[in-house]
Design a protein around this ligand. Structure first.
Ligand code: SF4
Length: 341
């Protein structure tokens, strides 16, 4: 099987006690059956502690939502006592994610971890392929897969070589025309997609929509409401974020575009990428207006928060994909207006 990842995937190392928003706090952690059996087989004092702190194959979180094995120095006692190889699947994977397309597996690191976010923003985006020994997944539609792969490569190339504004507008045009073709059973890459005229964006409506999503962190909604007050304001040169925003665009397209092979939906996923680029860019601008600085670490932190709220709640991702068809503020015309100068 071919295993494809961005080059930067292998750079990731959990920063453990230096992490300011540990994934061991605030999340239910399910333990896979094999690891649960192993934990059950451990004797002695640590075995007793494992049994007392696991119920229904999940860690019993403390009153302040911490994993019971995250110690006072924010290090994992299971890692220390049993070794990294005995972490459960979720703990050893996070923030890595995977998707299977027949004989191809794709992997990456998720933006919801601050260290991963720093790597994503500071690294060139190039893909690496290796051969791995793993059983093939259920076959996907190979004709559609090849087509989408070509289109994704074209989008990657546009993001890397064009201005952010041109790349976002061109991928929206391309996805819009391709989606019409796919809906009519046509498997073609439009050679010259129609340049859909941009319309004035409705940024307030986009914020209103985000304000109705399911919040993960209690601070997110007040933060978002405050950021809405800065719509229309810019400081310094917004172009300085362009290279980082391109990395955000590449990340979202890499992670979500090929899922279209399973349901024929590409336009909504391209809009998810575009609106995420715009929102994160706006939040960076707000940070600079409010504090006078939004350096790389702050950019990574804000992108991490956005990803945690949006990507790590399935209902929120679904809501954005649905809204991309249902709400006028997500029409291709209005979304192009977000980027056109
Ligand atoms: S969020 Fe990332 S850096 Fe922080 S504890 Fe989890 S994996 Fe480690």
């Amino acid at each position: 099987m071919i295993y494809r990842t961005p080059d930067y995937y292998s750079k990731f190392r959990c920063i453990a006690d230096k992490c300011r928003d540990s994934c061991c706090i605030g999340w239910e952690i399910d333990i896979d059956a094999e690891t649960a059996d192993y934990y059950n087989s451990i004797g002695g004092a640590f075995g007793k502690r494992l049994k007392e702190n696991i119920a229904d194959q999940s860690f019993i979180l403390s009153a302040d939502d911490r994993c019971p094995f995250l110690n006072g120095r924010n290090l994992c006692d299971i890692y220390t006592e049993l070794g990294e190889e005995h972490l459960c699947q979720i703990c050893s994977d996070h923030p890595r994610y995977y998707e299977w397309f027949g004989s191809v597996k794709e992997g990456g690191i998720g933006l919801s971890c601050e260290e991963a976010a720093r790597i994503i923003l500071s690294s060139d985006f190039n893909l690496t392929e290796t051969e791995i020994q793993e059983d093939e997944d259920e076959l996907c539609d190979t004709e559609l897969y090849d087509l989408l792969l070509n289109v994704r490569d074209k989008i990657f190339s546009d993001i890397k070589t064009l201005s952010l504004s041109d790349a976002m507008c061109s991928m929206l045009d391309m996805a819009s025309e391709m989606q019409s073709g796919l809906d009519n059973g046509e498997l073609d890459i439009p050679e010259h997609p129609r340049n859909i005229p941009a319309e004035s964006p409705d940024k307030t409506a986009i914020f209103h929509f985000y304000g109705e999503l399911e919040p993960i962190d209690e601070n997110w909604m007040p933060y978002l409401a405050d950021s809405k007050n800065y719509i229309g304001q810019t400081v310094g040169s917004p172009e300085k974020y362009e290279e980082y925003l391109k990395k955000i665009g590449l990340y979202f397209i890499y992670r979500y575009f090929m899922k279209g092979v399973f349901d024929g939906e590409i336009l909504s996923r391209v809009k998810l990428a575009a609106v995420s680029v715009w929102m994160i860019g706006h939040l960076w601008q707000c940070e600079e207006i409010k504090t006078g600085c939004c350096d790389m670490n702050k950019c990574a932190w804000i992108a991490k928060n956005y990803s945690k709220e949006v990507e790590y709640c399935e209902e929120n991702i679904e809501a954005i994909l649905d809204a991309s068809y249902e709400l006028e503020c997500f029409s291709v015309q209005r979304m192009k207006g977000l980027f056109e100068k």
